[in-house]
Write a protein that binds this ligand. Structure first.
Ligand code: DX5
Ligand code: ZN
Length: 222
């Protein structure tokens, strides 16, 4: 089943509660929180404090995408703030296997993230130990960028890699996802679709989630 994880990066933060309630009503499966530190990526966003606030207003699992250097320092804090899923970039940590262990010890599902130029081989040794792989289909740092087309081929190769390793990890895709390409990315093997501007940039975020789910369900029926 394909699920939608709206990224609050594109939400109106003056009405965050309302906006999250809307996507929840529309059928979103997770709330995706993009954490950026101005070092690993050229943008600064939010920290555990916002995760704590989001935790108070939704029952949906919180999916924290950490785009920060040395994530080990903050995993405990994000978990205590209410994160259910935490993903990290291999380039941001010296000991990825240990970092994944810290996420699990903190009681969260652990994910590893692939940047557009990071080869699949960077995660080959860890795929058996993660709950999900997040494939970036834009360079991380900003919402509203264009989907990088070569991500489709990478997605298919990632699906094959997981199968060949006997990994149960789910595939999440992030960046430039919209109702126009949702069916194609789902067809190529993505199971969790992150979308920011295509959802919160619409007049009705609830309808935008419904529509994306509908597009994917219809495509899977044929
Ligand atoms: C980019 C973030 C994405 C971003 C997606 O660094 O990881 O989650 O919010 O935004 P859209 O859907 O607008 O590309
Ligand atoms: Zn993200």
């Amino acid at each position: 089943m394909v699920e939608i994880a709206p990224s609050i990066l594109a939400a109106d933060f003056t009405r965050l509660g309302e906006q999250i309630a809307a996507v929840e009503e529309g059928g979103a499966a997770y709330v995706h929180v993009d954490v950026m530190d101005g070092h690993f990526v050229p943008n600064i966003t939010v920290g555990p404090f916002i995760v704590q606030a989001v935790r108070r207003i939704t029952k949906l699992p919180i999916d924290c995408h950490l785009m920060i250097e040395d994530p080990d320092k903050y995993i405990g804090e994000f978990a205590r703030a209410g994160a259910n899923m935490i993903s990290v970039h291999p380039e941001a940590t010296s000991h990825l296997h240990r970092t994944i262990g810290f996420i699990r010890q903190a009681g969260c599902r652990a994910g590893v993230v692939l940047n557009p130029a990071t080869p699949l081989s960077a995660i080959e040794e860890i795929v058996k130990d993660v709950d999900y792989v997040l494939l970036m289909s834009v360079n991380p740092g900003f919402g509203g960028q264009q989907f990088i087309m070569s991500s489709l081929n990478k997605l298919q190769r990632l699906r094959a890699l997981l199968q060949s390793c006997g990994s149960q990890a789910r595939i999440e895709i992030d960046g430039g996802i919209s109702a126009e390409n949702a069916a194609v990315v789902a067809g190529a093997g993505a199971e969790i679709l992150v979308a920011g501007s295509a959802i919160f940039g619409q007049a009705s975020p609830a309808k935008a989630v419904q529509q994306m789910l509908q597009v994917v369900t219809e495509a899977q029926r044929v």
